[in-house]
Design a protein around this ligand. Structure first.
Ligand SMILES: Cc1ncc(COP(=O)(O)O)c(C=O)c1O
Length: 398
């Protein structure tokens, strides 16, 4: 493999990509082409909850590939993997989240949710949160509460307004004009910010008062990462539309939006085919999603997630770490400043530990490992982090 070809032929979006040359990946490790093992504390940015190449998922994919891969566009034929997955998912969700539309990515799921909200309510206004991230297509980008990353792509979709996450006073901006309020259950790119003081319950109440829908984006915290199958279960708040993706298919491209049967039925008429996708519900990806959900719900992984969080919090105490935010295995180290965050991520990368940045919080270091990470692996990675920070501190004090 010619490394230069990567820079020549594959479109680049950052000036200095990490550029690790991948050979294969297994469990909590990614192996580079020189044979070096890298302990993965990022899991493809929260996408590989079961680690790499989980045998149950690999077997399900292989079995499905041998039967059929793609036979028709979304929603025409009865294909067992998609039916079984959506049925199992519904059994783990509140009654109103009964019907799932399967798509190809998180951002497409958000687009579908926005269309469904406008179609169902007959209203157009969408309310999003400052520092929100919901994806990068035009609709999702319109919801991004971070001007610097979107201004050059304007004009975006109209009638989007912003509130501050966790600010109760802003809830009065949700009115009878509002089709939907879109929030991440835990704000990701902003710095792994949890809802506080019953915030989501208050949002829910306000939405009910004015007849607006509540869309919760669980693309990142979903599928067990926060110690519940979905993070909204922590906060006594059930959305009207749930948006999911990332960890759903253990590393294959996927997304979905989930709502009541009655609401989803509006996509069937006026116009019919209210959302179209060729590959959504793809049987191979649905088979991977089914195996993933079975494994997560039949094992102890979700319960163990909270124990693993405690261990991370116990081991990652250091004067250069101001705070650890997040829940379960969706954790962010808030460093004293951006330089320390950059130093930690880049040094760890050289030393075989994978860490990563967050989109809008330059002082943060992401820890979103596979849920299957072992205690020994947590100890090993945390030892590496502390050693890097000790060396940095010693070098900068002297
Ligand atoms: C909260 C949230 N919403 C939406 C997305 C977009 O998902 P995708 O990259 O699959 O389009 C992401 C991806 O990082 C996310 O974290």
């Amino acid at each position: 493999m010619n490394r230069d070809d990567f820079f020549t032929y594959q479109a680049q979006t950052t000036p200095h990509p990490l550029g690790l040359e991948i050979s294969h990946a297994n469990g909590s490790y990614i192996y580079d082409t020189k044979g070096k093992a890298h302990l993965d504390f990022v899991a493809g940015v929260s996408a590989c909850g079961l680690g790499h190449s989980h045998p149950r998922v690999i077997n399900a994919i292989k079995e499905q590939v041998d039967k059929y891969m793609h036979v028709m566009v979304y929603g025409e034929y009865v294909q067992q993997p998609a039916v079984e997955f959506t049925k199992l998912l519904a059994s783990h969700l509140p009654k109103n989240l009964e019907t799932t539309y399967l798509v190809n990515s998180g951002t497409e799921a958000m687009e579908g949710a926005l269309k469904l909200a406008r179609r169902y309510t007959g209203r157009s206004e969408i309310i999003s949160a400052k520092n929100a991230y919901h994806g990068n297509t035009m609709g999702s980008l319109s919801l991004m509460g971070f001007e610097e990353r979107k201004s050059v792509f304007r004009p975006l979709i109209p009638d989007v307004r912003f509130i501050s996450f966790n600010m109760e006073a802003d809830l009065q901006r949700i009115t009878t004009k509002t089709a939907a309020v879109v929030l991440e259950t835990i704000q990701g790119g902003a710095g792994f910010i949890l809802p506080e003081n019953g915030y989501l319950e208050k949002v829910r109440k306000r939405c009910d008062e004015v007849g607006a829908l509540l869309i919760l984006d669980e693309i990142q915290p979903g599928f067990g990462r926060t110690g519940k199958l979905f993070a909204f279960e922590h906060f006594n708040c059930i959305p009207d539309i749930l948006v999911i993706g990332k960890g759903m298919a253990s590393g294959l491209p996927v997304g979905a939006f989930v709502a009541s049967k009655e609401m989803m039925a509006t996509l069937q008429n006026s116009p019919k085919l209210g959302h179209i996708t060729t590959f959504g519900g793809n049987p191979v990806i649905a088979a991977a999603s089914l195996a993933t959900l079975q494994e997560i719900t039949e094992s102890q992984l979700i319960a163990e997630t909270l124990e693993k969080e405690k261990l991370f919090r116990k081991l990652l105490v250091h004067p250069l770490i101001d705070e650890i935010r997040g829940k379960g295995l969706m954790l962010a180290l808030l460093m004293k400043n951006k330089e320390i965050a950059d130093h930690l991520i880049l040094t760890a990368a050289k030393e075989g530990l994978i860490l990563f940045w967050l989109l809008f919080e330059p002082k943060a270091v992401r820890i979103s490992p596979p849920l299957t990470l072992s205690v020994k692996e947590i100890e090993q990675g945390c030892d590496q982090i502390i050693a890097i920070l000790n060396r940095y501190k010693a070098a900068t004090v002297n």
